[in-house]
Structure formats: C-alpha cells, structure tokens
Unconditional design. Structure first.
Length: 511
C-alpha cells in the first residue's frame, strides 16, 4: 500500500496544469485553420470566398483573449520539481508580439480576400492560418524544443504560400530559394541547440541561463559553439546580412500579400526567437553575441539600403524589390537594441519592440498600396507610381505618409521617434560607432524614400498612344483592400499623433 501510494503521488507530481486562457491565441488560430481546411471539402466553388471571411473572423477571435491576458503574469506547462521553469509564458513581451503577429496576419488576410481568385482557396487560408499559429506560439515559448517547433510551424506553411501560384516559374523559384535557405538555417540552429543541451542538460531557457554560468571546463567550447550556431540559425530567419540573399527574389515571386506577411510577421518571428535565446537563454555569453549582433546590424542596414538605392524606375517589379531591400535595411535597425542589451540592460529590448510595431503598421500599408497599383500595373515598376496622386489621390497620400514614416521624416512622427529610440539604445550602451553607422544609413535611405514619394505627386509621363485611346474604365477596388489601406493609414496617423502608445515599450522591462 505504501509503495502504491508513493507511486501515485509521484505520478501526480508529474502532471502539468494547462492554462487554457494563456494558450488561447495560438490554439484558436490553429483550430480555425483546421476548420477552414475541412470546410473547403464541402463548400461549393462559388462560395469559396466565404472561407476567407471565416479566416478573418478567426484571426479577430484569436486577438480577443489578449485583453484578459494584458497583465502578463500567466505561465503554463511548468516543471513540477520546484524550479519554476515553464515552457509557455504569456508575459508582456509575448503578448505584444502576439498582437503584432495576429494583426499582421489579419491585414494580410484582408489584402488576400480580393487576390485569391486564381489560387486554391482552402489550401491558401489553411497555410496562412497555420503559419500565423506558429508565429503566435513562438514569442511565448520558453524552452528550446517549443521554440524550434514554433519556428518551423511558422516557416513550413510559408514555403508553400510563396510557391502557391501554380505554373508561375518565378513563384516556384522563389519558394525553392526560400526553402533551401530556411532548411540550412534550421539545420545549423538545431546543431547549436543540441550542443547547448549537451553542455547544460536542460531545454528551458531560464535553466540554461543558470547552468551556462557554471559549465564544466571540457564543455565550455561545446557551449560556446552551440551559442554561436544558434545565433547563426536565427540570423538566417531575420534576413540579417550576409544571410539575406533569399529576400528580394522571394518577395518578388510570392503573391503580394504573402510578401507583406513575410516582411512583417516573418521578421517578427525571427527577431522574437533571437531576443529569447540571447536575453533569456544566453545572458552569460553576452560577450559573444553582443559584438556579433552589433557587427551584423551595421552590415545588414548598409547592404539593405545600398541595394535599395540601386533600384531603377523601369525595372519590372522594382517597387516590390525596393520594399524587400528596405526590409533588409530595417532589419539592421531592429538588431541594434538587441546588441545594445549585451552591453547595458534587458530594457533595451523594448526599443526593438517599439520599432517593430511602427514598422509593421507602415510597411503593411505600403504593401497594401502596392497591391492596389498592381491591379492596373502588373509590372509594379517604380515608374508606375509616377502621377498616382492624379488618379488615386487618397492612395498616393497614404503611400507618401508610409514612406515618410519609414524614412523618419514628418509628418511620419512615429517613424522619427522610433529611430531616435533605437539610436539612443546604441548610444546608451556605449556603441557610438554603431550609432554613427545607423545615422549614415538613415541619410542613405532618405534618398530612395523621398525619390519614390516625390514621384507620386509628379505629372504623369506623356504617352501619345494613351492620349489617342479612349479613357479606360475605372477599376473597382475590392472593399477589403480599401479597408486594409484605411486601417494602416489611421493607425499610422494615430501613432504619429500619440507616439507614446508605442514608445512606452522602450522604457519598461517586458520580461
């Protein structure tokens, strides 16, 4: 009887409680993905658009639980040995990134509602929601196993989304490049994770942080190699140079809403994982990842901005290429506060979060206007935007505002303030040289952002053939696309009027 009682007590002590409210955002997103896939089997072809509206409703439902979770004090799937190590934590960092991911996926869904006529609807919405579910899980992951699984759940559907345009050579090539680069990144990262586990004997980030302080001498090299390889894997995911080569071709080949999704949600996934492993898991190796990330930040912003500077107005899809290279440059800015955290405190991470929120709003808005222009100009050249104000004044004003936010110029006050917080993070951490590199890159970026903005308000180029032809009928803009542009414009204007809504994250600890 005593043995049986002890056995029952031991078994009970291994049972982990589940906080269903804490895990509600990724669970709801995954459940809706499965419902959409099953519903696709029974919905008639003429009713397929209803699947898209179901996906939008599901993403709104997934956002709702973030309100009761806003205190940021819930954890679940915790060890029962008294160590207080948990696999899932709904802290403020996780909640903010989950809001960013689900909001980005929602705007992507709105952009896609009028752009999926030639795509397999059921598969498209299932893949988008599945990727969003993985991206929602990742910022709350607090052990390496959950982190890797969440990262792959977010990435694997994205490969298929990039190549979902059947018969399109460019789309297939983009998906292949994206797949191969991501597979290499995952392999490198898994090798690093296995080294870290071998050196510490645990997968939980808080436990890893404690045990890395006291790694036995023979395992020191193994632990250091594990840290470096893990960082290299995430550098691929964040599109940091020199691991950025897949970005321009992937964005150009993917459907435009998916390019917008990758530029915001894909970037949030990579940076969330990088923040978690560095700040929570590897703080004792800050002397390794701090200088490495500072160097990557300088290289990434320089490569991205110089490549964006070279985009010409007549090259096919040059507008999307410029946004792609711009996203690489912006990734460099996002790396700066993470590198600064190695030299000062974890509060520097708030600057990355604040900048990511600003970037998500205005970059999605820029892609939304690009999707509007692509309806009449499939080539999507920068030259196609010349004189946009004469034909679509509201769209031109919105795009001009988004570009000025990305450049950090008034009236895009939120872009200016976000850049100042990142710049201050570098200065406060003693990284003066990195602040100088950032300042130079901001000036470089001003040129191509302002050049594009000025083109919107110039007179259209004269075309004798077009003048001789009768005026073309106006193209009807899908309501969801209009809503997406309006939402991002209103959000950007609101944040520029009240930047403290975002910038407060730069002044508090999110963990």
């Amino acid at each position: 009887m005593t043995v049986a009682a002890d056995s029952a007590t031991g078994a009970a002590s291994l049972v982990q409680s589940v906080d269903w409210l804490a895990i509600a955002p990724p669970v709801i997103t995954a459940a809706v993905a499965l419902l959409v896939l099953v519903a696709d089997l029974f919905v008639a072809e003429r009713h397929k658009p209803l699947l898209g509206y179901g996906a939008v409703a599901g993403l709104v439902a997934a956002l709702a639980p973030l309100l009761p979770l806003r205190a940021g004090d819930r954890s679940t799937f915790c060890l029962t040995d008294g160590s207080h190590a948990c696999s899932y934590t709904a802290d403020h960092f996780a909640l903010v990134i989950q809001a960013l991911v689900l909001g980005g996926a929602l705007l992507t869904a709105l952009l896609s509602l009028g752009d999926t006529r030639k795509l397999p609807a059921g598969e498209f919405w299932f893949l988008l929601l599945s990727s969003a579910a993985g991206a929602t899980l990742l910022p709350a992951a607090r052990d390496l196993a959950t982190l890797v699984v969440a990262l792959e759940v977010a990435s694997l559907p994205a490969f298929a989304l990039v190549g979902i345009k059947r018969g399109d050579r460019r789309s297939s090539e983009a998906a292949l490049k994206f797949f191969l680069s991501s597979v290499v990144a995952t392999a490198v990262m898994l090798l690093g994770v296995s080294f870290v586990y071998a050196a510490t004997g645990t997968m939980h980030l808080t436990e890893i942080a404690a045990r890395l302080d006291d790694v036995p001498g023979p395992l020191t090299t193994l632990a250091r190699a594990g840290v470096v390889l893990t960082l290299v894997g995430f550098a691929f995911k964040t599109a940091a140079a020199p691991f950025h080569f897949w970005v321009p071709d992937t964005y150009v080949g993917a459907p435009l809403p998916i390019a917008a999704y990758l530029s915001v949600v894909g970037k949030a996934v990579g940076f969330s994982g990088l923040v978690l492993v560095t700040v929570i898991g590897f703080p004792s190796y800050a002397d390794v990842w701090g200088p490495a990330l500072a160097f990557l930040a300088a290289l990434t912003m320089t490569v991205g901005n110089l490549a964006a500077l070279r985009q010409t107005a007549t090259r096919a899809r040059s507008a999307v290429r410029l946004l792609a290279w711009s996203s690489v440059g912006q990734a460099g800015y996002l790396l700066v506060p993470i590198a600064a955290a190695a030299y000062s405190s974890d509060e520097q991470i708030g600057s990355t979060v604040a900048y990511a929120l600003m970037y998500a709003v205005v970059n999605l808005g820029a892609f939304a206007v690009a999707a509007l222009v692509a309806r009449t100009h499939p080539g999507n050249r920068l030259g196609d935007y010349r004189g946009l104000y004469a034909t679509r004044p509201l769209a031109a004003l919105a795009l001009g505002f988004f570009l000025l936010c990305l450049a950090g110029l008034p009236p895009g006050i939120i872009g200016l303030f976000a850049k100042v917080t990142v710049f201050s993070a570098a200065v406060d951490a003693g990284l003066g040289w990195l602040a100088v590199v950032m300042a130079v890159n901001v000036v470089i970026a001003l040129y191509y952002y302002l050049r594009w903005t000025a083109a919107l308000f110039r007179a259209p180029e004269p075309d004798s053939a077009a003048e001789a032809a009768p005026p073309a009928p106006a193209h009807r803009v899908p309501a969801p696309l209009t809503v997406a542009i309006a939402l991002t414009a209103v959000a950007g204007i609101t944040l520029s009027g009240a930047p403290q809504l975002i910038l407060r994250f730069a002044a508090v600890s999110l963990f």
